[in-house]
Design a protein. Sequence first.
Length: 478
Amino acid sequence: MAAPHDDDPRNMVSISRIVSVHPKLVQPQRVLTLSNLDRQCPNLMQLVFFYNNLPHQTLKDLSLNSVFSNLKSGLEETFTLWYPSAGRLGPNQSDGKLNLWCNNQGAVLAEAETSVKTSQLGNLSEYNEFFEKLVYKPAFDGNFSNMPLIVAQVTKFGCGGYSIGIGTSHSLFDGAATYDFLYAWASNSEIVKGRSRSDELPKPVHERGILLSGSLQAPRGTMNFPSDSSSNAKQARAMAIDHLYQLIMQTASGQKGFPMQIGGTSNPKKCVLKTYHLSGAMIEDLKRKHFSMQRGSLPFSTFEVLAAHLWKARTKALEMKKEKLVCLQFAVDIRNKMTPPLPKSFSGNAYVLASIMMSVAELEQTSHEFIIEKIREAKNSVNHDYVKAYVDALDGPQQCSSLPPLKELTLVSDWTRMPFHNIEFFRGKATYACPLATPMPQVAYFMQSPSDNKGVDVRIGFEAENVSAFSECFLNMA
């Protein structure tokens, strides 16, 4: 079904009020030092939750005012433990690096209505520009000190359904911590009376601890000897950073030196966001066709299979020269990779990128199984020393800018262990929960499907002229 037309006044989203939300218990002001992992992307990451499957009686008993009030009081309560979320980012005067100022300035919550019915939006898994109207977007002048770290908007639809659009600063949380924060907020917001509340909400740990630059040391009981071989020395390097540098230099060599215009920033082409639903049956079929002669002791995971398949499909669709180097990078949770491990409820960014690289010709010729072995090697190489090298490589003046798109770089973020649709702001799960356009729309997100617990929804961005070729390559499981 076609999306509502923006120029139709009946499809407007009208914001009726905007309020600041402050902690229920005011915390002492302090500065929370961020790690270099937190400083990579201080932008707001936005999610929209759709609740259009509420029972008739629930809809009858609910008013927009009560939903808004309960969300507000729930957020005030949540800030008691998640108090840094009510602060602001601010640069150090000495080095310009961003840190988190816990100053109780609060979040922003908006109330809105629209005559649009959720049925008019069609398949909610498919990105729709109308979704951008469902998250409150504060004016941003480039000064992160003025930007709230949490923004939210509750919108009531013409059919009686609701959406809750939420933006969270990526300097506050990674995906796992975002899930914990939203779970706590939903549990503290008793929108539907009598809904069961969880008695075991995770207590977040906000201190960045050993991830702070200068605090990362070699694990106790290990020593680096001068006689270490060159191969051992390479293991302590952050290959994701090295590979990225090689791609940048490869791009620069094809242009007239510096400054580079990676991705044509002077006239950028608009990205089309597409969602591909792979059912559990399709994934099993893919495994059987490409991995029937498995020799390893461990079965290939769904993530490994889809990442390998997506890398080959995307590279083929973009028709790059055979001699070009291409790279697959994917996020690895480091909570259990550190010595000692980070707390399970660590609230900051606890991920680094693992990486594999080869030429286009090699990628085309090699098997899915070989790529998966390389994915496993890259994943297993992420240890305490790798994280230290990664954090050290990010040290330097704060740039507050994201990498321009490199078509030779395929980035994957696995959200399948963070089923956001399971967060119950109302009684029952969301019909769908989806990310909006991100600073790097070319990143592929693997998301658990609400309607198929063994299926995966893959969200990825392409320039319009490449969508058809990728769809054919990716959906062709042969």
